[in-house]
Design a protein around this ligand. Structure first.
Ligand code: SAM
Length: 170
């Protein structure tokens, strides 16, 4: 194999490892660090609460929330690179668990808060899942886009481009 083919394979494989989520519900794009506390405040995150990030990417927000709010954090990630990165990092964080695969295959009934930063094209599927699985009173925070036909309980816009939408399962 020549150097061109090797580089091409390298880019294809690393691209898949990082951006595999594009084939599912969103490609990787991290939540800004400056917004972590906004999400915690909106969901009234407290010690011992179970916080899920469905499509957790690098899971950097989970590492932060587990330390600052003493929350039990769970990330589910389908892109192999981000799964491995966050899984290895989670070995140093007692309160963060990282799971591999499609989050539709995982049950979310233990969650107190579910966070999703995904594309809105599949939001009706996500709504069906969370309506079915979340316990009463559990919260769902959506980044950037609300559900089409469901009014959020609260919206945090804070003068920035990213809005966060809070739903509570009743
Ligand atoms: C926009 S990024 C958000 C990353 C992280 N939640 C954050 O806020 O920093 C979306 C992530 O979801 C992952 N993803 C997309 N669809 C998924 C699915 N069906 N199951 C698991 N992960 C998925 C992507 O690989 C990507 O890392």
């Amino acid at each position: 194999m020549d150097i061109f083919s090797i580089s091409l394979w390298f880019f294809v494989i690393s691209g898949f490892g990082i951006f595999a989520g594009s084939y599912f519900d969103a490609m990787w794009l991290p939540t800004k660090r400056a917004n972590y506390d906004r999400i915690a405040k909106l969901s009234q995150l407290k010690p011992g609460m179970v916080f899920y990030d469905i499509g957790s990417g690098s899971a950097n927000m989970l590492f932060y929330l587990s330390k600052k709010y003493n929350a039990d954090c769970v990330g589910i990630e389908i892109a192999p690179f981000w799964y491995l990165y966050s899984k290895i990092k989670s070995l140093f964080y007692k309160k963060v668990k990282i799971k591999y695969g499609n989050f539709y295959k995982y049950n979310l009934s233990s969650a107190d808060v579910v966070y999703a930063f995904l594309l809105p094209k599949n939001y009706s599927k996500i709504k069906n899942k969370t309506d079915k699985e979340l316990k009463m009173g559990a919260k769902l925070v959506l980044s950037s886009w609300p559900f089409e036909n469901s009014k959020p309980i609260k919206i945090d816009v804070e003068g920035t481009l990213t809005a966060y939408y809070l739903y509570i399962n009743t």
